[in-house]
Unconditional design. Structure first.
Length: 315
């Protein structure tokens, strides 16, 4: 569709966007009324929300609208999975200037739709507003399916610390883009369009995970939240991390330590969880450390020198 948001108008845009995204099986009443109705068979609803701001979370010269849509959905759906829940629906808020091409907004919603399809969720509704820059608000809902939520507060001394998914790939991709390159594509695509291990969240809950979260700001930073909530110390073992040879090559060319990307890079949306010692973990979970009495996060028993990850209001 050609033209701009200003050409199409608010209600024309809403109509074009809602045609793009089916509400899904968990939404008995979707867009068209003052509010949607989302099924909650468990009787409880898991809810989370995020904002993406152009220039801060994405750049239109680095990512397509479709990529941004996949990423916007993924980072919220991963939060639902990290509670041990099944994602059911998204609510989307879109802010954009009147001169934004309609085609960009439609491709964004194609990305949202296709990422939702990975977990059999849908888009229940949302809002559109004119503004000076592109901003996307995503609220994700989920169903616990009769299970207790897996919070950050249940880790106990002696527990294993394990991760499902990639670590450091998005950070490597961001560094590659920042240096004006587009290859190796595997890392660049991981930054543009993360692939969280959604099904590992509910699976971890069924295995008896004591605490869990998704890695959005950096492993050390995010595990710091878990350590504080659980009042424990998490010790990571450097030799247990899988650092691909290609990542090592890229890091060497840039003069950086690839372990820094793995430990402090965000936006891979891997899931990290703690499990009672002796839990029979599937192959998709890699043990990377243990829980001890104390506080904070250490690497090979020592404090990590430097920042542990991203802080929106940090220096």
């Amino acid at each position: 569709m050609s033209g701009t948001l200003g050409d199409l108008g608010e209600f024309g845009l809403i109509g074009a966007l809602t045609e793009r995204v089916p509400p899904g099986k968990h939404v008995p009443l979707g867009p068209g009324d003052d509010a949607a109705v989302v099924a909650a068979p468990d009787g409880r609803v898991v809810a989370t929300t995020d904002l993406l701001v152009e220039g801060r979370h994405f750049r239109r010269d680095w990512s397509t609208a479709y990529d941004v849509g996949r990423k916007a959905a993924a980072q919220n759906l991963a939060d639902v999975a990290a509670m041990g829940a099944q994602p059911t629906a998204l609510l989307i808020g879109l802010v954009g200037p009147a001169e934004l091409p309609v085609a960009w907004a439609l491709e964004l919603y194609d990305g949202l739709r296709d990422e939702c399809a990975v977990v059999d969720a849908g888009v229940a509704g949302g809002d559109v507003v004119r503004g000076p820059a592109v901003m996307i608000s995503v609220t994700a809902l989920g169903d616990l399916q009769g299970r207790a939520p897996v919070t950050r507060a249940g880790a106990r001394p002696g527990d294993l610390v394990a991760v499902a998914g990639w670590l450091g790939w998005s950070a490597a991709g961001l560094a590659i883009l920042g240096h004006g390159h587009r290859n190796p594509r595997a890392f660049v695509e991981a930054h543009r369009r993360p692939e969280p291990p959604y099904d590992a969240g509910p699976a971890a809950a069924r295995l008896g995970a004591t605490a869990m979260l998704d890695v959005s700001d950096g492993l050390i930073a995010d595990l710091g939240h878990l350590a504080r909530a659980s009042q424990v110390r998490v010790d990571l073992v450097g030799d247990l991390f899988d650092v691909p040879a290609q990542m090592r090559d890229v890091a060497r060319a840039m003069g950086v330590d690839p372990l820094n990307w793995v430990l402090t890079g965000g936006e891979d949306h891997a899931l990290v969880a703690t499990f009672p010692s002796g839990t029979a973990l599937s192959a998709r979970w890699r043990v990377i450390g243990r829980v001890h009495p104390g506080d904070g996060v250490t690497v090979d028993g020592a404090e990590w020198a430097g920042t542990g990850g991203w802080d929106h209001f940090g220096g």
